[in-house]
Write a protein of this length. Structure first.
Length: 246
């Protein structure tokens, strides 16, 4: 068993190999978030699941190869372990230009897979510091016009419900997501976010003022309603921040 936990996405268009990798990863002690056989399916899972690690076959279905997909994901800073079965020299040269943590050749044995991942993460921890070993833990991934963006959760100002969708307002702009507000609440509550209204979640750290007479919160130029049922919790969250700042 591994001595640390990882949420892993497998990108592999050969189902039998993908299932074999999934079985090995689970035996090692990692969590498998999904098995994608194409670049488009991988992008959807990355947006929804925000993996810690991607096992990326170089030859996959879709409009992008594994290397091309990895290149588009580079700004998300997700460690990628490339997998290939042929054209080793050419693939290795192409993969070496992408920010990745390793390179595995099929067929893959369980202990080779485990040792490659663990050694790669040891190198990452030495270069970034242990506290930054998993820098993506405090982030969310959003898809905006086909481009994936990684947003630091403390940079989220508030979230607004819009029927079956939500709009997330951040310091980097607005992002529409096909996730309902209660799902966003589950994701963001551990980071101190508070539901102030049936249609709104707020980041108390971003609140500029709270008009307790009008029951309105001001975050920059935006005015957000506060329901009577949520008022006490909002006040408590703001009071906690005030005490922390003293």
């Amino acid at each position: 068993m591994s001595n640390f936990s990882l949420n892993v996405l497998i990108v592999e268009d050969d189902l039998s190999i993908g299932l074999e990798l999934e079985m090995m990863l689970k035996e090692i002690g990692y969590t498998v978030l999904g098995l994608a056989d194409s670049s488009s399916k991988a992008a959807r899972i990355i947006e929804k699941q925000n993996p810690d690690l991607i096992l990326m076959d170089i030859n996959i279905k879709g409009s992008l190869t594994g290397i091309e997909l990895a290149n588009k994901l580079e700004s998300l800073r997700i460690p990628i372990l490339f997998i290939t079965g042929y054209n080793l020299d050419e693939n290795y040269e192409l993969a070496s230009k992408i920010n990745h943590i390793g390179f595995l050749v099929k067929p893959i044995q369980k202990y080779t897979l485990q040792s490659t991942i663990e050694q790669a993460y040891k190198k990452l921890s030495k270069s970034t510091g242990e506290e930054k070993l998993y820098p993506i833990k405090n982030t969310m991934v959003f898809n905006k016009k086909g481009v994936l963006h990684r947003i630091y959760i403390p940079d989220i100002r508030y979230v607004k419900a819009n029927d079956d969708y939500t709009i997330t307002f951040t310091t980097e702009g607005e992002f529409v997501n096909s996730v309902r507000l209660f799902e966003m609440e589950e994701e963001l509550k551990p980071f101190g976010f508070v539901k102030c209204h049936r249609s709104y979640l707020i980041n108390p750290n971003k609140v500029d003022s709270f008009d307790t007479i009008q029951n309105e919160i001001h975050i920059e130029k935006d005015i957000i309603p506060v329901s009577r049922n949520n008022k006490a919790e909002v006040l408590e969250s703001l009071d906690v921040i005030k005490r922390k700042r003293k």
